[in-house]
Design a protein around this ligand. Structure first.
Ligand SMILES: *Cc1c(COP(=O)(O)O)cnc(C)c1O
Length: 368
């Protein structure tokens, strides 16, 4: 009977057989520190402005939205600066859709994408789903990327797309501008710098936006999911040469970005100052967490993001579970002895610190 039909019984693409869907746990816990969300909800002022803006477009929802999201792209270009304008900015439903469109335009059967691990798990997933081959190159032990290693791998494999994540997820590591520049010089195809965490970087850490004028095949992706506290609204964007935007328009679905999404995003951009002052608090909280973890004997990767990768645990699964038993959800990701924790509110972080001390005492005691 049809109830016993399983996915493998369907005439599914062979390359999708045996795959599992993306599945960061969505558990209802008191302290959710697992998906790098911003812990601060929109202020009342912002949520009221969002409500008014959505009410305005609601009256016109019988019509398709602006297919090219021109106002939003222009607002995002203004936010990014660097002399960008709407012709050099593109937006979609989360930066994951932006990445998917890049793969649709520049990847595909017979093509190859490369990344430097540990890094964002969605890069290989989106790559493979677009029927593009994936090559993973290891980072150094301290999670940095030596330009000569990257250039050697690029020279050897000649990838059509290179993914760089800076600041990197899950390690927090930012890349030097010189490294990105050398990679962009060596790469025969597109170079995508995923800057989902750009706003959280420490003083002095660069953005690849300043390299755009020198490299027409360089793409910098951003998101409103993290710094702008809009993960639920699904807005991602990129900056690149206008020819790259032309390429993306070949693959995007018509009217891919709803009128509601466009106006929500544009309204959030109007609140940039307010949103970035919360980012400043999170950066301070992040730096304090890194210090605290080091003082308590943990190994911690330098972080330019809104999360911290720390360890090293003989049995990270046990630590993860003990924290979860106390209502704190972190992420088992990255190298096997490490855990990643998202920076939350001061109250959440104080609960996390206290519980971690209780728990690692237990976990280490049990392991010894
Ligand atoms: C969270 C994250 C994103 C964001 O994806 P959205 O689809 O914009 O929510 C993109 N890249 C990296 C590396 C991330 O960690």
């Amino acid at each position: 009977m049809s109830e016993s039909l399983r996915v493998d019984d369907l005439p599914l693409r062979d390359d999708l057989r045996g795959r599992s869907p993306y599945g960061a746990p969505q558990l209802d816990v008191p302290v959710a520190l697992n998906t790098n969300e911003n812990p601060y909800p929109p202020s009342q002022r912002l949520s009221e402005a969002l409500g008014r803006a959505v009410a305005d477009v609601a009256a016109g929802l019988n019509r398709y939205p602006d297919r090219d999201a021109t106002r939003l792209r222009s607002d995002l270009a203004g936010y990014l600066g660097h002399g960008l304008d709407a012709s050099r900015v593109w937006a979609a439903n989360g930066s994951n859709e932006v990445l998917q469109q890049l793969l649709q335009a520049f990847g595909g059967p017979g093509r190859l994408a490369m990344g430097f691990d540990p890094s964002y798990s969605m890069h290989p997933v989106i790559t493979r789903v677009s029927n593009t081959e994936w090559v993973s190159v290891p980072r150094a032990d301290d999670f940095t990327l030596r330009p000569e290693d990257a250039v050697a791998a690029i020279t050897r494999h000649q990838p059509d797309i290179v993914f760089l994540t800076s600041p990197n997820n899950p390690t927090g590591t930012a890349l030097a501008l010189e490294t990105i520049d050398e990679i962009a010089r060596a790469a025969p195809g597109m170079v995508v710098v995923d800057e989902a965490y750009a706003e959280f970087r420490r003083e002095g850490a660069p953005s690849a936006l300043s390299l755009l004028p020198h490299h027409p095949r360089l793409v910098v992706t951003r998101t409103m999911s993290k710094a702008f506290a809009m993960a639920g609204a699904r807005i991602g964007y990129l900056a690149a040469h206008p020819a790259v935007i032309d390429a993306l328009q070949l693959v995007r679905l018509p009217y891919h970005l709803s009128a509601v999404t466009q106006v929500v995003a544009a309204t959030a951009v109007e609140f940039t100052d307010e949103l970035l002052s919360a980012v400043k608090q999170l950066r301070d909280e992040r730096d304090a967490l890194v210090d605290w973890l080091r003082r308590h004997g943990f190994t911690v990767a330098d972080s330019d993001a809104n999360f911290v990768l720390f360890g090293e645990f003989d049995d990270r699964g046990a630590v993860f579970q003990h924290l979860l038993d106390q209502g704190i959800l972190v992420r088992e990701v990255g190298p096997p002895q490490w855990l990643r924790v998202t920076v939350g509110t001061p109250a959440e972080m104080s609960t996390f610190r206290q519980t971690l001390l209780d728990v690692t005492g237990t976990a280490r005691g049990a392991a010894d």
